[in-house]
Design a binder for this molecule. Structure first.
Ligand code: C2O
Ligand code: CU
Ligand code: CU
Length: 457
């Protein structure tokens, strides 16, 4: 197994960033007030994995790992990543959920030119919000994410929280066959439906791993769905747990029973680890995703109280009285627009009657909406299809207000899982100037039309 599970699981893995820094970047590190824990040298490169015992999978990795190296940042400080493309194809990095300047957003032709093989780019931005985030390319996404270019980005709270222990769990299914060879990342008949699923489920790059938990302690479990397609129906059996944050943003803690975690979404749980060897299992519906192994024994006689709620992120509160209303229809359009065989040549999905074409840069001149800087907006997001869509916005965080399908306690997020035929209202303050992508995070929905842009100026 070429993946270091420990590196991903250990809370202190951010320190590993230092190990990769060569002599040549010394000056880069010497800018004033730079905390070297939050400076990284990262590359994307081909990586052989053994996902199926005895077989090689020709994956792609960040920092020599797939899923990619865990990056850490501290809320309110800069994160700096000197990124080198060692792939044989162009790429970029997008920082999912981070409210950053458009130049750092990693969208080709909007934020930067595609990075050609061998090129280096310095990503350098302040991270305003604490929580569980992630990073991935925004170029040839089906293939690049599918082959492993997805990595966790953890932003530590500006002030320490009451959590003493943490585990980071990255969920990903791999599109591989029994010999570990990649199968199609997108099949047209699947792209037109729920999306093309990989068949091997993994947590931190391992199928059904065993993960240590300290007996009797409370652990912050960060679960990140970095899969192209799959919505996991998450459950945790064998331990008492509470939800502390959704998609990076704190909520008032509530008991955790079950949660539908769509592609791109994250959930932070507090788990009360049993005192002894009781079986604790992470499940996707009826399927096991990971087993937890309770280590050691606790001498504590009384149960520790649950940690205090996490502090809210500094996201602007939308002014609902004065908000302007916009409607976004996400819909399925039957039929194939073009005759060729690749999924990229098909369009099955539209936002407000327009199918986004990733190969046509003129789409960038036709955003679905133009928002005025500083103004509040309410988006009514309507899913006119039979499949669910995790709808994601770049550059800003919206507040989920209501749904016609379920009771909502309003919360902030960057990705909302819009159920079949659901309409939901979300609100935001258009406080970040730029051209921001707004799309479904089922990658083959996105690549067959379910994407648009929103301009804030
Ligand atoms: Cu994870 Cu366009 O984003
Ligand atoms: Cu994003
Ligand atoms: Cu979708």
């Amino acid at each position: 197994m070429s993946i270091s599970r420990r590196q991903l699981l250990m809370g202190g893995a951010g320190l590993a960033g230092l190990a990769g820094l060569g002599a040549g970047v010394g000056q880069w590190l010497q800018r004033p007030s730079l905390d070297p824990r939050y400076a990284y040298q990262l590359s994307a490169a081909p990586l052989d994995l053994e996902l199926v015992p005895g077989f090689i999978t020709q994956a792609l990795g960040y920092g020599g790992q797939a899923p990619g190296q865990l990056l850490r940042a501290k809320q309110g400080e800069r994160l700096r990543v000197r990124f080198t493309n060692q792939l044989e194809q162009a790429t970029t990095i997008h920082w999912h959920g981070i409210r950053l300047p458009i130049e750092m957003d990693g969208v080709p032709y909007v934020s930067q030119l595609p990075m050609l093989p061998g090129e280096t780019f310095d990503y350098d931005f302040v991270v305003p919000d604490a929580g569980s985030y992630w990073y991935h390319p925004h170029k040839a996404s089906g293939e690049q994410l599918g082959r492993g270019l997805v990595g966790p980005l953890i932003v530590d709270e500006a002030e320490p929280t009451e959590f003493q222990h943490e585990r980071v769990l990255v969920l990903k299914n791999w599109h591989i066959d029994e010999q570990g060879a990649f199968t199609d990342f997108s099949v047209p008949r699947e792209a037109a439906r729920g999306g093309t699923r990989g068949r091997l489920s993994t947590v931190n790059g391992q199928h059904l791993p065993s993960i240590d938990l300290p007996a009797g302690e409370i652990v912050r479990l960060r679960v990140l769905n970095l899969d192209n397609t799959v919505t996991y129906r998450l459950k945790l059996a064998g331990a008492d747990s509470r939800i502390y944050a959704l998609d990076g943003n704190p909520i008032v803690p509530v008991p955790f029973k079950e949660y539908w975690l769509g592609p791109g979404m994250r959930i932070d749980l507090a788990v009360r680890v049993p005192q002894n060897g009781a079986a604790v299992v992470l499940r996707d519906g009826l399927f096991r995703l990971a087993d937890f192994v309770v280590q050691g024994s606790s001498t504590a006689l009384v149960q520790a109280p649950w940690p205090r709620a996490l502090p809210a992120n500094p996201v602007a509160e939308p002014d609902l009285q004065r908000a302007e209303r916009l409607t976004f229809n996400f819909e399925w359009v039957g039929g194939l627009s073009k005759s060729a065989g690749k999924t990229g040549d098909f369009s099955f999905w539209q936002v407000n009657g327009v199918a986004w074409d990733g190969n046509d840069r003129s789409c960038l001149d036709r955003p679905a909406a133009r928002l005025r800087l500083g103004q509040s907006y309410i988006f009514e997001m309507r899913n006119l299809s039979q499949y669910q869509h995790p709808i994601h916005i770049h550059g800003m965080t919206f507040k989920v207000l209501s749904s016609n399908r379920k009771a909502i306690t309003p919360y902030f997020t960057d990705t909302y899982l819009l159920g079949r035929n659901e309409s939901a209202k979300v609100a935001l303050v258009a406080d970040n100037p730029g051209l921001w992508m707004f799309h479904c995070h089922v990658i083959d929905h996105m690549e067959t039309g379910l994407m648009t842009a929103i301009e804030v100026a």
